[in-house]
Design a protein around this ligand. Structure first.
Ligand code: PLP
Length: 489
């Protein structure tokens, strides 16, 4: 297995340690507000310690998600002005179609309004009651669409995948023996497809290797099962293959993307992550598979030449996909994440390693060992970090899970605070500020306590639920902040 090569920017420094270097300049800016800690306390109290319920006017660095909030390039915004408004037969769509074909070499293309719409169409078409779907790991919307159609998920990741500390370069790999076992146990007739998710989102944006993909393909071919590739984070996965897998050092991004797409029978993606800010695509080389899915596009999305997207979004997407071929463009996000994760790790703060594709993940149980899992340590850590810094992360732990039939909490495998890095949005000094405040919080972690429900919705409680701090720990944390930082924001 390859060792995890150092992955900072390609530029070497002369008189200091290497840093990731922004290979773009900022030409449009948005003013941010960093409010005093007293106002942040009021905001997080009102939000019920749920960062989804904070307003961006109270937030300094918005690290909630990378979805739909990446920075666009000048070429993308320029293309939006050239959009050809037409219900059918728009030239904008023709440009997008040409671009997708060049990128993935798939002849048949279906446009959709975002990633989950692709999942709706694929699941409605291919998944029926009793079906079993093996995959490296689920994504929330994927799981919902497969289950609503009567399917069951089998997450057949390797033992490395859920380890917090690891130097494995491909934690998103499928365990081939587990794949063989699922096929033997349930039978090929009940397995409509194997799903591979590039840069596996929920385990920290971790990639799979081309070698693993080829092994999965060999098994799939032997049994006649098709492969569906979720390519929402494929740019970074391809970049990691180039960086970490031997034999690909000299390949271009375009060659790697083509090789990945060639292994899959169906490729789909959310353009909220890949390329632009809205939209999605399903593509395939098979006319038969295309015909099966096609009629659902006008039913759920819109006509076949816009699929629920505006022509401006279509233009931005076409240019964004072209920019995915540029590894200096793609490496900006992973190299900043890599730098952040290395720095945080060196400070002794528990963080998922190695750095992945879409953000950094702090291990809340390691950070707050005195907060029992029943008191939601990842939620408490998200609230505490916002309070002392104005940085908004996302709880990915037990609050994001559901209760069992008896109403008991199902404790999550891992309690993570995710700090997403929207692509090309933050500067290095903003990352340094984040590292600095995390370090202060870590040194004062004994002051942080747990959370308890104030108002708990029955479904998707992590979106709309509100919690209270157990005891007065936020006030004590604020007092310590004032003592150490004086009147600093
Ligand atoms: C975001 C995402 C989706 C869903 O896409 P939306 O555009 O949010 O509907 C599916 N798969 C992966 C891997 C994602 O990251």
């Amino acid at each position: 297995m390859e060792s995890n090569k150092k992955q900072t920017a390609m530029v070497k420094f002369y008189n200091r340690e290497d840093l990731p270097l922004e290979l773009h300049k900022v030409r449009v800016v948005q003013k941010l507000f960093l409010k005093p800690i007293e106002e942040r306390l009021q905001a997080i109290e009102e939000a019920g310690y749920n960062t989804f319920l904070l307003s961006t006017k109270d937030t300094f660095l918005d690290m909630l998600t990378d979805s739909g909030c990446n920075a666009m390039s000048d070429r993308q915004t320029a293309a939006m002005m050239l959009a050809d408004d037409a219900y059918a037969g728009s030239q904008s769509y023709e440009r997008l179609e040409k671009r997708v074909k060049a990128l993935f070499a798939k002849e048949y293309i279906l446009p959709v309004h975002q990633g989950r719409a692709a999942e709706n169409i694929i699941s409605q078409t291919f998944v029926s009651e009793g079906d079993q779907i093996p995959m490296n790991y689920h994504f929330t919307t994927t799981k919902a669409h497969i289950e609503i159609n009567g399917g069951t998920l089998h997450e057949i990741y390797t033992d490395e995948a859920l380890k917090i500390k690891s130097d494995h370069p491909f934690k998103g790999n499928i365990d081939i023996q587990k794949l063989e076992r699922v096929i033997a146990e349930y039978g090929v007739e009940n397995i409509p497809f194997i799903r591979l998710e590039a840069s596996t989102n929920l385990i920290g944006g971790q990639p799979f290797s081309m070698e693993n993909m080829r092994q999965v393909k060999a098994v799939a071919d032997r049994h006649g099962i098709m492969i569906v590739l979720d390519a929402s984070l494929i740019g970074e996965n391809a970049y990691f293959i180039k960086q970490r897998e031997s034999g690909y050092e000299n390949s271009t991004m375009g060659q790697i993307l083509l090789e990945m797409a060639d292994i899959a029978d169906i490729v789909y993606f959310s353009a909220r992550k890949l390329s632009s800010s809205r939209g999605g695509i399903i593509c395939t080389g098979s006319e038969e598979l295309y015909d099966k899915m096609r009629d659902l596009v006008p039913l759920f999305e819109g006509f076949l030449t816009y699929g629920g997207m505006s022509v401006r979004e279509i233009e931005a997407m076409a240019v964004g996909l072209e920019e995915t071929l540029d590894d200096q463009m793609i490496n900006q996000s992973p190299s900043f994440i890599d730098y952040f994760v290395r720095r945080v790790d060196a400070l002794g703060i528990p963080v998922v390693t190695p750095g992945g594709a879409l953000g950094a993940h702090i291990d809340a149980m390691g950070f707050l060992p005195h907060v029992p899992q029943e008191d939601y340590p990842a939620g408490a850590l998200a609230g505490a970090l916002f309070l002392i810094s104005g940085i908004r992360g996302m709880e990915r732990g037990t609050i994001s899970s559901v209760r069992d039939a008896e109403g008991k909490d199902v404790l999550a495998d891992v309690e993570l605070l995710r700090l997403a890095f929207p692509r090309r949005v933050f500067t290095l000094s903003q990352l340094e500020y984040t590292i600095d405040r995390l370090k202060w919080l870590f040194d004062n972690r004994d002051l942080v306590g747990g959370l308890v429900w104030r108002d708990e919705p029955k479904v998707l409680r992590f979106f709309l639920g509100r919690l209270d701090a157990k005891g007065d720990w936020p006030i004590r944390l604020m007092e310590k902040f004032r003592k150490d930082f004086g009147d600093s924001l």
